[in-house]
Design a protein around this ligand. Structure first.
Ligand code: UT7
Length: 325
């Protein structure tokens, strides 16, 4: 049976780099605090010609070039995002028009930071039923427009960017072979972002900050480590795979301390965990595909070897995925 294989990857980052030192001029924080608590040294901030769909399109174009596929060959474009260009139409429709992918249907998905991994599972299932399908999956965010730049608890954490992958069916044993996805909507208040004028009676209060990302950082931290570790352990067990069999782990890039905790719990050696949170901060749904593209271009993804993804985000949503590259 053919499995869903990633044929090519791409990414696109805004030009503007915002360092921790510059943030010291914006909020009451310090490079020392941000670096030691999060591992983030800088992040990218989108400019006027770097709207979500524009970053998404350029990441998608690079993934298509890497895969050797023309836009007209695409059957489906999916964009995972929590900062869409508009509510309607979907960011995926803007990307479809920009690329000239005239034969593709297109839509967005929202699973917060877990969006790209959820999207890979979705692509896997399409390809399972139609192996010749060519799918462009993108994670794209412009969260700089959705954080409160006066709130030091959140504004230091997030960044903008996009990453993409082209998938199709392949019968040589490579591809996605396991996913383990979860959600717990009861815990939504730990991390959320609403519209500027909330219709949610729970949230109509004087200090309403709903247009901005709201987060209970310490609870999110604890859930992230525990739930990602549980998901990975159960996925590895169900496929009779040991940590030694994994050639590279690409986790959601949220915070270096979460990643170190996770690495220690799972017993994955440092050199097998891909990290770029220092350069880009937390880019939500874009974080895994940007990391995947960097790993690909650095030659760290070896054909036939096993790659593990794990993710965690608002919802709560979380999970893990195994593929043979
Ligand atoms: O995709 C998932 C998205 N979210 C995450 O990954 C975030 C997960 N959580 C975290 O990464 C951490 O909880 C944070 C980095 C957000 C915070 O680190 P922490 O070690 O949990 O710090 P804390 O929340 O316990 O806060 C410690 C202190 C507080 O001061 P007081 O109340 O003790 O006086 C904060 O006000 O640090 C203060 N603080 C800051 N100080 C300087 C919070 N943000 C900042 C800041 N600069 N930017």
């Amino acid at each position: 049976m053919k499995k869903a294989v990633i044929l090519g990857t791409g990414s696109s980052l805004p030009e503007r780099i915002l360092t921790n030192a510059e943030l010291e001029q914006v909020v009451d924080t310090s490079d020392e605090w941000v670096t030691s608590r999060t591992g983030i040294r800088m992040r990218r901030i989108a400019g006027t010609n770097e709207q979500n769909y524009q970053l998404a399109t350029s990441a998608g174009r690079r993934a298509l070039a890497d895969a050797g596929i023309q836009p007209e060959e695409l059957d489906l474009i999916v964009v995972a995002t929590i900062s869409p260009h508009m509510i309607m139409p979907s960011t995926a429709c803007f990307v479809q028009a920009e690329l000239g992918a005239v034969n593709a249907f297109a839509y967005d998905i929202n699973a917060a930071c877990a969006g790209f991994t959820y999207g890979l599972d979705l692509a896997r299932n399409y390809i399972h039923s139609r192996p010749d399908m060519k799918i462009l999956l993108i994670g794209a965010e412009t969260l700089s427009a959705r954080v409160n730049w006066a709130d030091r608890n959140t504004c230091v954490l997030f960044g903008d960017g996009a990453g993409a992958a082209v998938l199709s069916g392949c019968g040589d044993g490579r591809g996605i072979f396991g996913t383990n996805l979860h959600a717990d909507g009861r815990l939504w208040k730990l991390l959320f972002m609403d519209s500027p004028e909330s219709r949610n009676p729970d949230l109509q209060r004087e200090d309403w900050q709903g247009a901005f990302i709201q987060m209970n950082g310490s609870d999110i931290f604890k859930y992230a480590v525990r739930l990602m570790a549980e998901s990975v352990n159960s996925l590895l067990t169900s496929h009779a795979i040991g940590v030694d069999d994994i050639s590279l782990m690409i986790p959601h890039q949220a915070n270096i301390r979460i990643l170190k905790n996770l690495r220690d719990r799972l017993g994955v050696p440092e050199e097998k965990v891909f990290i770029n949170v220092d350069k880009y901060g937390n880019t939500s749904a874009a974080s895994i595909p940007i990391a995947l593209d960097e790993a690909n271009r650095q030659g760290r993804l070896v054909r036939g070897k096993i790659v593990l993804l794990c993710t965690f985000g608002g919802g709560l949503t979380w999970g893990s995925l195994l593929m043979r590259w």
